[in-house]
Structure formats: C-alpha cells, structure tokens
Design a binder for this molecule. Structure first.
Ligand code: ACO
Length: 195
C-alpha cells in the first residue's frame, strides 16, 4: 500500500469507505446501531470533513487512485454526471492544447432561485475571470451545462471548444443518458484565454 495525506479531492472516496466500514463496525456506533453499512450520517460526515480539511489525515491506498476513481461515488446518478464532464475534459487535454500549467475552472455557479434573471451570475462569472487574471492564470474554463450558463460565458468572451448534444450522448443500449428539458440541449466546454 502507499500512504498518502488525504487531500480534499479524495474526501468523497474516503467518506464512502467510512460509510461501508467504520460507520457500521466501530464498537460504539455498533452498540447504538448508528447506521446500517453503507448508510450516510450527516453529523459524522461533518466530523470527517473538518478532520480531512486539517490536512493531517492519512490513507493507505492500494491500486489505482486516479482522479477518476477518487471522484467516483456510490451514487450512480452522480457518476453519470461526473463521467460526461470528466471524459470530455480528459479528451480535450487543455493543459497541452493551450500550453498552460494551471487552469482556473468555474465548477459551480449558482444563484438563489428568487434572485435569478438580474445579472448576478454574469457578474459572478466576470469577477471570477478577474480573479483568474489577478492570480496569474492564463486560461479560465467552465463546463456550461445549460443555456443560461452558456449565454453568460459567451457574453464574457469565452469560446466553445467542445459541444456534446444531450440527445447524442447515449449509453451502450443507445438510450440518451440525460433527458434534459429545453432550453438546455447541450454541454458546452468553454474557455477564455487570459492575456
Ligand atoms: N429564462 C431565460 N433566460 C434566462 C433565464 C431564464 N429563466 N435565466 C437567465 N437567463 C439568461 C439571461 O437573460 C441572461 O442572458 P442575457 O445577458 O443575454 O440577457 C443570462 O441567462 C444570464 O443571466 P443572469 O441573470 O446573469 O443569470 P442568473 O443570475 O439568473 O443565474 C444561473 C443563472 C446561475 C444558471 C441560475 O439559473 C442557476 O443557479 N441555475 C441552477 C444552477 C445551474 O444551472 N448552474 C449552471 C451550471 S454550469 C456550472 O455550474 C459551471
């Protein structure tokens, strides 16, 4: 086994391991029947998260620990989403393509339902590009999964470098993996070069 400090990107895999092992088997947990094997427990998971965040937790790892494995969760629905995003980004090889050693990626943009349509997301994205610039990033990237995020990215001068139409993204049996209602019809990988 290799012994590695647990980094934030490993925490989901660690939590899954704990759900399948520690949560059910630790003697006191077991005594009070805290959870069934595999079951989540909010408070215990918060304790795990803050502990991992301290950066002093250790894991003994056997086998493959690529980011793909680490990010895989026990939730098949989540895995579907992760798989499309991860596989498209893998193919693009942006570091090589744009000759950069770091990329600032906007992974999540979210506005309170009651505050939407007022330009807040656009302002957040615009300021994120400013943050990228101020921190020496030469490339800003977003996986824009819907029409609104795509509009925002385009209006801020980001270019689409890959589109995957949801209707064309099918599983082995030829069925589309995602049924995304209009106006959202494709995933767009969008980037902006920062001078
Ligand atoms: N109908 C039509 N157009 C819309 C709508 C709507 N319901 N909502 C936004 N738009 C358009 C706006 O007209 C605007 O385009 P314009 O500048 O050409 O007029 C553009 O989309 C952006 O509008 P904003 O007001 O800046 O966006 P908002 O603050 O409403 O937030 C967001 C948009 C973040 C997508 C919000 O709807 C949301 O939180 N959705 C759920 C989470 C989500 O889908 N996030 C994006 C996923 S991709 C990623 O996270 C990297």
């Amino acid at each position: 086994a290799r012994f590695e400090i647990i980094t934030p990107d490993m925490s989901e895999a660690v939590i899954v391991h704990l759900r399948n092992n520690f949560f059910a088997d630790e003697p006191l947990n077991k005594a009070v029947s805290l959870c069934q094997r595999g079951e989540s427990h909010a408070a215990l998971e918060r304790l795990c998260a803050v502990t991992i965040a301290d950066g002093l937790s250790l894991a003994a790892i056997e086998g493959d620990t690529s980011i793909e494995k680490i990010q895989q969760s026990s939730d098949e629905k989540y895995n579907k989403i992760f798989t499309i995003l991860y596989s498209v980004s893998q193919e693009l090889d942006l570091f090589n393509e744009f000759q950069v050693d770091k990329i600032l990626e906007c992974r999540i943009i979210s506005v309170d339902e009651k505050a939407r349509g007022r330009g807040l997301a656009k302002e957040l994205m615009s300021r994120s590009i400013d943050i990228a610039k101020a921190n020496g990033f030469k490339l800003f990237k977003a996986d824009a999964t819907g029409a609104y995020s795509q509009r925002i990215c385009s209006s801020l001068g980001m270019d689409i470098i890959r589109t995957v139409r949801y209707a064309d993204y099918k599983d082995a049996s030829g069925t589309p993996v995602f049924n995304v209602p209009p106006p959202h019809d494709a995933l767009a990988i969008m980037v902006k070069k920062i001078p």
